[in-house]
Design a protein. Structure first.
Length: 345
């Protein structure tokens, strides 16, 4: 199995496996979790505490929630206060060990309820209690640990799972893009192979595929521009060299090739300005001087041709044989100064 297929199999396995993992986590920790808080539980074992045992109440009489409790110490204090004044009360906590205090984090520690007939009297007592507490805050120091302080571990696990899922999802996206881009690089290498074998139409086909796969390196446009030039598509070649320069403006040879194609199109002023840019970037590149001499030959500019060829062969003597047989200089083959440059006389 090749690397690309293996990457594809792994990615598919992860995509299928992650939702299954999240489903298992949700079922493990949240399958029995109600959408609303469970029935309120009285931790103080006091459904309706009777300060006056001889007093009876209608079982259907309504209880009124009148105060949101902060902690168990406050619950004890208010329960004692109301009972001392003959008010029946109920203390309900939102904590349930099955849910690790999840609803307390949302709604508070609990609620204090009284019978409807005692509502106003109870509220007055609580207001007086709170004012006294504000004046002596130390009196309300918690006496016991508060269950609501326990961390909601299932919630943490769930959100951690979401973070992991997002991270893995990002890795999957990057992996898919990388695999896609790597296939583009391989297609570009195929294009180079066909270019070297002078199969320029096939080379262009593979360069196009590489670019469509997101492999948009300057070299791909540069090589496609060269293939188009050999196919006689000077305008297409020029466009590719311009794109290569846009991606990598310091590529001296891209500037030089652009200058050469501009010369082929008869746009000489632009061509020589482009060569000036290429030479400024890489003045010791013999090929750039050689290519500019070729453009001068399109205009039969003998003096500039000879000056550029001297610089080219001085930088790279191996170019002498190529210059000597270049059709661009055919009209100079019998020129004595040209012979001195190419034959070393």
């Amino acid at each position: 199995m090749d690397d690309t297929l293996m990457q594809f199999v792994v990615i598919v396995a992860i995509i299928i496996g992650l939702p299954v993992l999240i489903t298992i986590i949700r079922q493990r920790f949240f399958s029995n979790r109600p959408a609303e808080p469970p029935d309120e539980v009285d931790l103080l074992n006091n459904p309706i505490s009777h300060a006056m045992p001889e007093e009876t109440h209608d079982p259907d009489e309504t209880t009124i929630p009148i105060y949101k409790l902060s902690n168990i110490a406050e619950a004890h204090a208010l329960k004692t206060l109301l009972e001392d004044h003959g008010i029946d009360c109920m203390i309900n906590s939102f904590y349930d060990s099955a849910y690790d205090g999840l609803w307390q984090a949302q709604k508070g520690w609990g609620v204090l309820k009284v019978l409807a007939k005692d509502q106003f009297k109870a509220e007055d007592l609580i207001d007086a209690f709170l004012k006294a507490k504000d004046q002596s805050p130390d009196e309300m120091a918690p006496e016991t640990p508060i269950p609501a302080d326990k961390p909601a571990f299932p919630g943490i696990i769930f959100f951690a799972s979401l973070v992991i899922l997002l991270a893995v999802g990002a890795l999957i996206v990057v992996g898919i893009f990388s695999a896609y881009r790597d296939s583009g690089r391989e297609l570009a290498e195929e294009g180079i192979y066909y270019s070297r074998n002078n199969e320029y139409a096939r080379a262009i086909e593979y360069y196009n595929k590489a670019i469509s796969h997101g492999y948009k390196e300057a070299a791909v446009y540069y090589n496609r521009g060269l293939a188009k030039y050999h196919k006689g598509d000077y305008v297409g070649s020029l466009m590719d060299y311009e794109q290569a320069i846009k991606i990598n403006p310091k590529d001296a040879m891209a500037w030089a090739n652009k200058g050469y194609v501009l010369g082929k199109l008869g746009r000489y002023e632009e061509s020589f300005k482009t060569f000036d840019k290429a030479i400024a970037l890489d003045p010791k590149n013999a090929v750039i001087w050689y290519d500019r001499a070729c453009v001068y030959s399109f205009r039969n500019d003998r003096q500039n041709i000879l000056e550029d060829l001297k610089k080219a062969v001085n930088l790279d003597a191996k170019l002498k044989a190529e210059v000597k047989n270049d059709e661009d200089f055919k009209w100079l083959w019998e020129d004595e100064e040209f012979k001195k440059i190419t034959e070393g006389k």
